[in-house]
Ligand binder design. Structure first.
Ligand SMILES: Cc1cc2nc3c(=O)[nH]c(=O)nc-3n(C[C@H](O)[C@H](O)[C@H](O)COP(=O)(O)O)c2cc1C
Length: 208
């Protein structure tokens, strides 16, 4: 699969996980792709916690569903009805989870390129996640990013140190197939905007 095909096929997966085993070599390739990401000052500020324990997954799943209810309570009318139909995670169904952390102390204090933009460290972690996502897609695996959680809860659940920020809970594993259209679009929540709407010529005010 070439890179454009992987980009085109990549989906956020929730309902299609089979729970089938994932062999170590494939997992190593996917994590290796994440670890090959660019990072500010070569800081490589990511950590990957592999979670397979059903107890841990169940505890996280319960927390996520409290947060889902909290978000649902902020909605009304059509938004509430549409959200009701949307599955937001595959925590219990996926083979394993990869929790991605951001460690700002990695390579510090002199992180080359981060002195003016502290978030550059966080951007680096997100690039590792995208690498993982595309590599998994090329391997025929699904990934689902779950962000319905409080950072303190996840940090405590996994005994992460105070200075490490949990950035993502990624459900990962074999799937029965991949949707062609994003779930949120299929359910009428929100669609992709045309590229031309986000293009600007020379100045922000000049669109297109
Ligand atoms: C930072 C981030 C957080 C996300 N959190 C969730 C989430 O908690 N639950 C969920 O179902 N999808 C989540 N998604 C997936 C998006 O809904 C999805 O990427 C978007 O709808 C586009 O669909 P696609 O990834 O299949 O192209 C998240 C994606 C990103 C990048």
């Amino acid at each position: 699969m070439d890179v454009y095909e992987a980009i085109g096929r990549r989906r956020d997966v929730r309902a299609e996980f089979t729970g089938a085993p994932l062999d170590d070599d494939t997992l190593r390739r996917v994590l290796g792709a994440a670890h090959a990401a660019p990072s500010v000052g070569m800081s490589q500020p990511w950590d990957f916690v592999l979670v397979r324990d059903p107890e841990t997954k169940r505890a996280f799943h319960a927390h996520v569903h409290e947060e889902r209810a909290a978000f649902a309570a902020t909605l009304a009318g059509e938004r509430a009805e549409t959200f009701e139909r949307i599955k937001i995670d595959g925590i219990l169904e996926s083979t394993l989870s990869v929790v991605v952390g951001y460690d700002p102390s990695r390579g510090s204090p002199a992180v080359l390129g981060r002195h003016a933009i502290a978030d550059a460290g966080l951007y680096s972690v997100c690039l590792a996640i995208e690498n993982l996502w595309l590599a998994a897609t090329a391997e025929g695996l699904g990934v689902g990013w779950v962000s319905f959680y409080r950072e303190e809860f996840l940090r405590d659940l996994l005994d992460m140190p105070e200075h490490v920020r949990p950035v993502a809970w990624l459900c990962l594993g074999p799937v029965e197939g991949m949707q062609e259209v994003p779930d949120l679009e299929r359910h009428g929540w929100r669609s992709r905007v045309p590229l031309v709407e986000v293009l600007h010529a020379e100045r922000y005010a000049r669109k297109g």
